[in-house]
Design a protein around this ligand. Structure first.
Ligand SMILES: [Zn+2]
Length: 530
C-alpha cells in the first residue's frame, strides 16, 4: 500500500472511531512516561494496571507494540444523574434562596453554545472584597458526574447552613468562593470525557505543556475567569489562593507537579498538610476506607497541561485533584457527595489561614502586583510560590502554615515594597497591606479617591455609570472578560454620571468598566444579565 493511502485510511479511522476506556495490565513507569509523551491519555493507574482513554487506532497501536488491551467498565453509564439543565436550575435555586451570599454569573460559552456558569459565595457577595479566593470545580470530564454532584452538594449544604453553622459562617464571611459544577457541559450532556471537539480539557492548559493547548473554549473561559491578559502575567481578576479540581475514576488526592516527579514544589509543607487533611478526614475514611495521596501527582502518573500545574505554575494557586469514586458515575452519588462535604469545608477554612491584604496606590486605587513570599527559618529563607493581586480590588492572599515570612510586593512602574518577619500563628489570617505612594498618584490628586460605580449591577437594560471628577477630561472604556475593548467614549471634565444602555448593546457576561483621566484610572466590574 502506498504510504499516502495508508495515512488517509488511518486519518479516516481516527475520525470515525469512538473513544473509550481500556485497561492495560503490567505497565512500568517507563510505559507510563511513554504513553504520556505520545498522546495517550492516562486516566488512572491502579498498581501495575493503567486505565487509558483511547480510540480504536490507538488500541491497535498498543496491541502492535505488545501491550494487552482490555475494555474497561469505568464509567457506569446506566445510573440516572440530573441533566445539565437541571444542574443549572439547582445553581439558580441556591442563588434565589440565598441572594445575600450567592450570585450566579455566566463566564463563557461551550463549543456547542451552552452557557458556562460560576456561582460566587461570600458575604457581601455583590462587592469584590479583598478576601482569600478559592476555586472549586467539577465536571471537567463530562463522564465523571459524581465530581459534579460533589461540588453541587457542597454549594447547597454550605449556603443552607449559613447562619446556623459556625464553620459555614467562617468560610462565607472570610473567603470568596468561585464554584463551578460543570466545566465541560457538552461532555456532561454527551456523557463523554472530552469536550464536543474531542479535547481533553484537563490536558489543555499551557503550563509546561509542549503539545497544543487552549484548544477548548471551556479551558480558555476558565483562564479568563482568572486573568485577563494571558500570556502576560497581569490583570488577574480572580487570583485564587487555592483550588480543588474534582474528578472521578479513582479515590485519592493529588497535586503538583503532574508534569515532573522531580521539580521543586515550593509550598510542599502546606500541600502535604492540606492533602493529608483531606484524604485522612474521618468522613473520607468512614465512607471509603483509606485514600492514597500522590504529591507530586507525577509519582502516580505523569500528565502535561492539567489544571493543577497551570494554576500553581502560572497563577500561584495551590490546586488539588480530588478523585471521588473508582466508578466515574456511581449509583451512590449522594453518599459520595456527602462524604466529601466536610473535607471541602475544612479545606476552605485552612485556605484562609496565612496572609492577605491589598496593594493600592496613594489614592486608594488597586494595583496589579506580583507578591513574593519567603519563609524565614533559623538558618535560611526559602521562597514559596508567588501570587498576584486582584486588579479590581487590589486584594491578594496566600495560604500559609504557621511561621515567619517576608513578603515583597512589586508593581510595574512603582518598584517594590517589602514587609519582613511577619508572624503567622496557628489558624490566623494576618493582614499585610501595601500602599505605593510613588509613581501614579504622587502629586496633587492624592486626596481624590477614584471610584467608578455602576448601578444597578447586575444590569439588564440601562444603568448609570458614576465617574469621579478629576477636573480634566477622560475616557470611559468597557472590556469584556477576555480583555477586548467593546466600548469607548470620551468624557468631558466634571462629568458626574453617564447613562449607558449596557443590556441593549452587550451580550450577557462580566465586564470591566475602566475610567481613565489624566494619569489616573479606576475600574469596576459590571455584570450584564440579559
Ligand atoms: Zn477526570
Amino acid at each position: 500500500m502506498k504510504p499516502v493511502i495508508f495515512l488517509l485510511l488511518l486519518l479516516t479511522a481516527a475520525a470515525v472511531s469512538e473513544s473509550g476506556y481500556v485497561t492495560v495490565p503490567n505497565v512500568t513507569r517507563n510505559d507510563l512516561e511513554f504513553f504520556s509523551s505520545n498522546g495517550f491519555i492516562i486516566d488512572a493507574v491502579f498498581g501495575s494496571k493503567a486505565r487509558l482513554y483511547t480510540d480504536e487506532v490507538q488500541n491497535t497501536q498498543l496491541r502492535n507494540m505488545g501491550y494487552r488491551v482490555f475494555e474497561s467498565d469505568a464509567v457506569g453509564t446506566d445510573v440516572p444523574y440530573p441533566s445539565y439543565a437541571e444542574i443549572v436550575t439547582a445553581m439558580n435555586d441556591v442563588v434565589s434562596a440565598h441572594p445575600g451570599i450567592a450570585k450566579i454569573e455566566p463566564y463563557g460559552t461551550s463549543e456547542q453554545g451552552r452557557t458556562l456558569y460560576v456561582v460566587t459565595v461570600s458575604d457581601n457577595v455583590n462587592q469584590d472584597e479583598a478576601e482569600p479566593e478559592i476555586r472549586i470545580h467539577g465536571g471537567i470530564h463530562g463522564d465523571e458526574k459524581s465530581s459534579t454532584m460533589s461540588v453541587l452538594n457542597f454549594l447547597e449544604v454550605l449556603t443552607d447552613n449559613y447562619g446556623t453553622s459556625d464553620m459555614c459562617n467562617y468560610v462565607v464571611d472570610n473567603a470568596e468562593l468561585s464554584i463551578i459544577t460543570v466545566i465541560n457541559p457538552d461532555g456532561y450532556a454527551a456523557h463523554s470525557r472530552t469536550n464536543a471537539n474531542g479535547v481533553d480539557l484537563n490536558r489543555d492548559f499551557s503550563y509546561m505543556n509542549p503539545s497544543s493547548y487552549w484548544q477548548g473554549s471551556e479551558s480558555v473561559a476558565l483562564r479568563n475567569l482568572t486573568m485577563q491578559n494571558w500570556p502576560d502575567q497581569n490583570n488577574y481578576i480572580n487570583p485564587y489562593a487555592t483550588g480543588l479540581s474534582f474528578h472521578s475514576g479513582s479515590e485519592c488526592v493529588n497535586s503538583v507537579w503532574n508534569y515532573s516527579a522531580s521539580a521543586v514544589i515550593q509550598d510542599i509543607d502546606l500541600i502535604n498538610a492540606q492533602a493529608t487533611a483531606y484524604a485522612q478526614h474521618p468522613s473520607i475514611t468512614a465512607y471509603y476506607g483509606s485514600w492514597d495521596i500522590w504529591v507530586p501527582g507525577a509519582s502516580w502518573y505523569p500528565t502535561e497541561g492539567d489544571v493543577n500545574d497551570w494554576s500553581y505554575g502560572e497563577c500561584g494557586t495551590v490546586d488539588y485533584t480530588i478523585e471521588v469514586s473508582d466508578i466515574k458515575s456511581p449509583e451512590d452519588w449522594p453518599g459520595v457527595a456527602n462524604a466529601n462535604y466536610m473535607p471541602i469545608l475544612e479545606f476552605c477554612t485552612t485556605s484562609t489561614y496565612g496572609i492577605y491584604g491589598t496593594v493600592l496606590d496613594g489614592s486608594g486605587n488597586p494595583l496589579d502586583a506580583l507578591i513574593e513570599v519567603e519563609q524565614v527559618t533559623d538558618s535560611d529563607s526559602s521562597p514559596l510560590r508567588f501570587c498576584h493581586s486582584d486588579v479590581i480590588d487590589g486584594g491578594y492572599s496566600k495560604a500559609l502554615l504557621p511561621g515567619t515570612y517576608n513578603v515583597v510586593a512589586t508593581v510595574a512602574g512603582h518598584g517594590s515594597l517589602s514587609q519582613n518577619n511577619i508572624t503567622v500563628g496557628s489558624e490566623e489570617m494576618v493582614p499585610v497591606n501595601f500602599v505605593f505612594t510613588t509613581g501614579i498618584g504622587e502629586e496633587c490628586y492624592q486626596d481624590i479617591f477614584l471610584k467608578v460605580s455602576v448601578s444597578p449591577n447586575p444590569v439588564a437594560g440601562s444603568c448609570l455609570v458614576t465617574l469621579p471628577d478629576t477636573g480634566v477630561e477622560g475616557t470611559l472604556e468597557i472590556y469584556d472578560i477576555s480583555g477586548r475593548a467593546v466600548y469607548r467614549k470620551a468624557v468631558s471634565a466634571g462629568t458626574g454620571s453617564y447613562s449607558l444602555n449596557a443590556g441593549g448593546m452587550l451580550p450577557a457576561g462580566v465586564y470591566n468598566v475602566v475610567f481613565t483621566s489624566g494619569r489616573f484610572s479606576a475600574s469596576s466590574r459590571m455584570v450584564v444579565a440579559n
